[in-house]
Design a protein around this ligand. Sequence first.
Ligand code: SF4
Length: 480
Amino acid sequence: MLEAARAAGKGEAMARLAEDYPRGPHDQPQSMCPAFGSLRVGLRMRRVATILSGSACCVYGLTFTSHFYGARRSVGYVPFNSETLVTGKLFEDIRDAVHQTANPDEHDAVVVINLCVPTASGVPLELLPKTIGGVRVIGIDVPGFGVPTHAEAKDVLAGAMLRTARLEAEAGPVARPREMQEGLRGVSLIGELFPADPPGIAALLAPLGLSLAPQLPAREWRDLYGALDSVVAAAVHPFYVATVREFRAAGRPVVGSAPVGVEGTAAWLEAIAGAAGVEAARLDDAKARALPAIRAALAANPIQARVTVSGYEGSELLVARLLIEAGAEVPYVGTACPRTDWSAADRDWLAARGAHVQYRASLEQDMAAMKEVRPDLALGTTPLVQKAKELGIPALYFTNMVSARPLFGPAGAASLAGIVAAQTRGRERFARMVSFFDGVGTPDGAGYGFRERPVDPPGFRERQRKLRAAKAKAEEAVGT
Ligand code: SF4
């Protein structure tokens, strides 16, 4: 499909995706459809309509998932068949849909997302009008064969929107952000954070004389201008390559890592103060206010356990830092996201404490690490958690359990350390469950409707064994 997309005129778009979101070791998404990341960013914005162009089965899955996560918004869809795809009628249908949707009374922007098949077929969203009656039209290609994770797909849309907003701001006056306060120097956080985290970070920044600028991905179009107006952008989630590119083009310094744990918070406050030109006395004050509270929260929730961390959210390294500061042994951290400059400090910190950091970790690598180190608790993706439970290892789903609570400052230290400490106490219970369910659901006994244990057809296994042996022999013979 990648070749098809290039041949159909998408070479430049594919090259840009390959540069921003490098592959390896796996080159296909191992979690949900990556387009969900872009769809979610669009659906969370006020006065933004989002339209999908793709196969009906993909759109069904994406729509289902978006409503499962509480979209409360219609997802637009332009269907196609082989004829409308090959004749170019699909593009005309998309253009008609965009014209119908672009009502300036209701929308600031209309987003159109090309999924796998329209991207591979070269449906040229770049030929859509840039604005219709003042409503921006943002067309993006987010194919599974070009964007490795749904996390990075958030950046595809966030970056495209920020670029449009930056060009608008450079061209002349723009709308004032809703909650903008004159004279405040803001820090724009990059990443979808747990809702309690931004206020917590604002409290850490206040002694520096800094406030929070609107966050990226934004919740409203005019917030994009507010984000660009910040004095520093903080790449809390380190995979927003296109978004960072736009901040840099706007002349904003970008700081990596995040205020996590005692050492992480101290280093982050120093980096922010340095980038924003804050005087040393204010920095000392900010540290004196924040660090003792974090230290106390960690001391109140000590973790004495071996924990492996894997996920696709982009915050895995930060979570691992916090766990280690709380006393955990973390031998392995796997993230589906790629290596970037903005997680370099976290990577070095973890490596210095004996953790192996695996970027673009595949599910197979995460599983192998878990089997090898036999942790007291595995934090990971759904299939990893399932495997851990089969092995009697307590496990927590990263997205729903870890990403759904604060991570930064004193609140993060108390919350995460608390849940990990509680889960690791359940190991003995897991061992009992494994022995109770021993054999249930394993191949020979699986399935509905059997009264007795299913019997293999006579001779079936032996025939299959011989076939495999013959195939292996034939393959060996090639080239000899
Ligand atoms: S085929 Fe492509 S667009 Fe459809 S669900 Fe899979 S990755 Fe997503």
